[in-house]
Write a protein that binds this ligand. Structure first.
Ligand code: HEC
Ligand code: HEC
Length: 695
């Protein structure tokens, strides 16, 4: 066989030269995911059986004690021999089912075609070298030769990257597009006609940005993003799915904190240890409701395991939400992919282990300080019981005793935990203080990236909850570090300053996003519903308080044994409030929210999914809310534009889509109104693609 021009027979019987095969097997999209899925739990950065790593092209070629891949020669390559062997004692992977014929073919073809991989592949020799575990650097701003892009630091990094990659920057979006974008982005509501007119007269975007940031609607929009991350819901889930008493105070706390521009480091402290702060207040106590947002059964079959399940909920969420780490994977075995051991997991658990969930039988109790009921866990003694490592995650299989600690890979030296206070052991305070300290490189990077993701469609790190070795590499590491450093040192952890910096950049004002091919993500269901309420003139601006139950279709509760009481609809005007106030019942999500991709309510959600499914059309076209709001919208149009169809269409377009209709739109809609009612037109508008997208 000609080694220089290896051949392979395809099912169609043609013989193709290697160059074609090479094009057909792509390392990044085919080989790497395959090895990730089947091999790197044992041959990756966390663990290297036979001293072999298969998580980067260079490392694959280096092999273990000997080379395992000989480019161009699969038969002689040990890697190929191992995956294709019929001998179970030799075959890789050693456990579970062997690779499929197709997977074996892929690896064979890749080797035959020369085992090519991209030269710039990023990987770490040791877990300690992983980029996200390094201190946050303060990179120099790149020098660029473009005046328009050199005003804002973000743009200098973005433009420098464009130049390096030969990418043509996209045009600035039109001012009417920008106005709609900034309103929806910051408040989740479109601009009013008056705001559109003012902006058309004088397009001062920075002024609009700061004005919107000072509106209460900003907190109502952005708190929802945070609620996604902390798995917020109003009920416990499982069989009984009981309501969590007063949990909405935590939701309101999040809204108020954002509106007050509470520094993010303080926000972290309060949620993890608000009860342990020397200057604690009712507000910081409410903040610790964060710890109790999880789901659980009221009458668990196995209380011991249940206890650890609930601690796991806190540990897993805290790891992902604040650190971007999947610590939860180390509960039953050392993390297979990340440098996090089971001992790390249980040392982290020791921080939260002193917490108790106040209850009597299956009745949830609240903590009562100064006459206000607070929904939180509490510590009943400053001297907690010892914590043990649980072998294989089993509560009946105790290993060594562990002390509170943060994951070892993140620190050279463990932070010092404060000594116990009068009421609590103050371990959470120790953890929270470390989290917001300069010693920890993750908290600032993770939140800065979340804010970027929301504004630009995709994060600089596309896996917002995973900054570990298995997470995505940052698309612009210098920019992420510059922003994180700036956020801590210049902005004093102010999210509003961070928003203003991002939104005033040319990068954000461009037609395209620098990190996402698809900037124009569909609006979240909350923003869609709130926009419908807003443009139809039906929005009830009332803020805060217990969750609201809007009407839902009978079909949604028909199967419930207690269908008479499971969902008692609120007063009509209450149901017209913003979506963040709608009750999230884990076992019965409002169908409109469910079909339009509400966040998972069980675990931390880094990014909303965007699905396109049939029930969306049914809800949005025939749903009761659409019908009702379409008729309110029509009434409003008649009241404000009179009976002239052209004026009605003009007004409808401006209110709902933030621009005038084009001539052809006007003509089409005028024809539509000759046959159909104004209500029908409004229903159509609520179903336009344009209504669902910020632009
Ligand atoms: C559950 C752990 C595990 C998984 C998963 C696993 N391996 Fe291994 N691998 C081992 C162990 C243990 C050895 C050393 C013992 C041996 O040689 O059989 C080894 C050895 C090897 C060797 C020989 C290295 C040398 O220098 O002798 C190759 C090649 C190899 N594995 C490839 C793979 C490939 C390819 C995959 C995925 C398809 C894979 N392994 C998945 C555990 C694993
Ligand atoms: C509730 C216990 C538990 C948790 C939590 C858990 N695992 Fe496992 N996992 C197991 C058990 C049991 C096995 C099989 C025995 C073994 O390999 O230790 C296993 C095996 C694996 C294997 C295959 C074995 C190998 O070496 O290739 C991988 C990969 C893995 N787990 C990854 C994960 C990841 C990633 C997470 C977090 C998302 C996770 N596990 C969380 C219990 C758990």
């Amino acid at each position: 066989m000609n080694r220089l021009l290896p051949t392979v027979s395809l099912c169609i019987g043609m013989i193709l030269p290697a160059s074609v095969i090479q094009a057909a097997v792509d390392y990044e999209t085919e080989i790497k995911p395959l090895l990730r899925q089947h091999c790197i739990s044992c041959h990756g950065v966390a663990k290297q059986e036979a001293e072999l790593r298969l998580d980067a092209g260079v490392l694959i070629l280096e092999g273990g004690s000997k080379p395992v891949v000989i480019p161009g020669n699969s038969e002689e390559s040990e890697l190929f021999q191992r995956i294709s062997s019929g001998d179970k004692s030799v075959r890789m992977p050693p456990e579970g089912s062997p690779l499929t014929t197709r997977e074996i073919e892929l690896l064979k073809n890749w080797i035959e075609a020369g085992a090519v991989f991209p030269a710039e592949e990023v990987f770490s020799r040791s877990p300690h070298e992983h980029w996200a575990f390094q201190p946050i650097s303060n990179p120099e701003l790149p020098e660029i030769n473009c005046n328009e892009w050199s005003q804002n630091p973000i743009d200098r990094f973005v433009y420098a990257k464009y130049q390096a990659e030969g990418i043509e920057p996209s045009d600035r979006a039109s001012s009417s597009v920008l106005l709609r974008r900034v309103h929806l982005d910051l408040t989740g509501l479109p601009p009013t006609i008056q705001e559109q007119d003012q902006f058309a007269e004088k397009a001062d975007l920075n002024k609009v940005i700061s004005e919107l940031l000072s509106r209460p609607e900003y907190g109502e929009r952005w708190a929802r993003h945070w609620l996604d991350v902390v798995r917020y819901a109003d009920t416990n889930g499982y069989e009984r799915d009981a309501e969590k008493p007063f949990v909405w105070r935590y939701r309101d706390y999040a809204i108020k904190s954002l509106n007050d521009d509470k520094p993010f480091d303080q926000f972290v402290l309060e949620q993890l240890a608000g009860d342990e702060l020397p200057d604690r207040t009712l507000e910081t106590m409410i903040a610790t409701g964060y710890l109790r947002l999880g789901h659980w059964a009221d009458e668990p079959a196995d209380p011991k395991t249940d206890r650890y399940d609930q601690l796991d909920d806190i540990i897993s969420t805290t790891g992902q939400a604040f650190l971007g780490l999947t610590i939860g994977c180390a509960r039953c075995h050392d993390h297979k992919f990340e440098p996090i051991s089971s001992k790390d997991y249980y040392s982290f658990l020791a921080v939260f282990n002193p917490l108790e969930r106040p209850r009597e039988g299956r009745t949830e109790k609240t903590v009562n300080f100064e006459g206000t009921e607070v929904y939180a866990w509490n510590e009943t003694s400053p001297a907690p019981n010892p914590t043990f490592l649980l072998k294989r995650g089993s509560p009946s299989n105790l290993g060594e005793q562990v002390e509170p600690a943060v994951p070892g890979v993140l620190v050279d030296q463990q932070p010092e935990f404060p000594s116990a206070g009068d009421e609590t052991c103050r371990r959470r305070l120790g953890l929270a203080n470390w989290m917001i300290s300069q010693e920890n490189p993750l908290t600032a990077r993770v939140i800065v990236n979340r804010v970027w993701q929301q504004h630009f469609g995709e994060g600089i790190v596309s896996t917002a909850n995973d900054f570990g070795v298995m997470g995505a590499a940052p698309s612009n590491p210098e920019l992420l570090d510059w922003l994180s450093y700036w956020f801590i040192h210049d902005a004093d952890w102010s999210l509003k300053k961070l928003h203003a910096l991002m939104l005033s950049s040319r990068s954000w004002q461009s037609l395209k996003s620098p990190t996402s091919i698809n900037r124009y993500r569909r609006l979240e269901v909350e923003a869609i519903r709130d926009s419908m309420l807003f443009v139809s003139g039906s929005l009830n601006p009332k803020r805060f308080g217990p969750g609201v139950k809007p009407p839902i279709p009978l079909a949604a509760i028909e199967a419930n044994t207690d269908k008479g009481s499971v969902w008692q609809v609120s007063e009509p005007e209450e149901t017209m409030r913003r979506s963040i106030y709608v009750l999230i019942k884990r076992g019965l999500i409002v169908p409109m929210f469910e079909s339009l991709d509400l966040a998972d309510t069980v675990s931390s959600c880094p990014k909303r999914q965007i699905t396109t499914i049939a029930p969306q059309a049914l809800t949005m076209f025939n749903g009761q809310l659409t019908q009702q709001l379409a008729s309110s919208f029509a009434e409003r149009l008649r009241a404000e534009a009179g009976s002239d169809p052209a004026r009605q269409i003009q007004l409808a377009w401006q209110l709902s889509l933030s621009h005038h209709p084009s001539d052809s739109e006007l003509e089409q809609m005028t024809q539509f109104l000759e046959k159909e009612s104004l209500e029908e037109l409004c229903r159509v508008i609520f179903n336009l693609n344009e209504f669902y997208y910020p632009e």
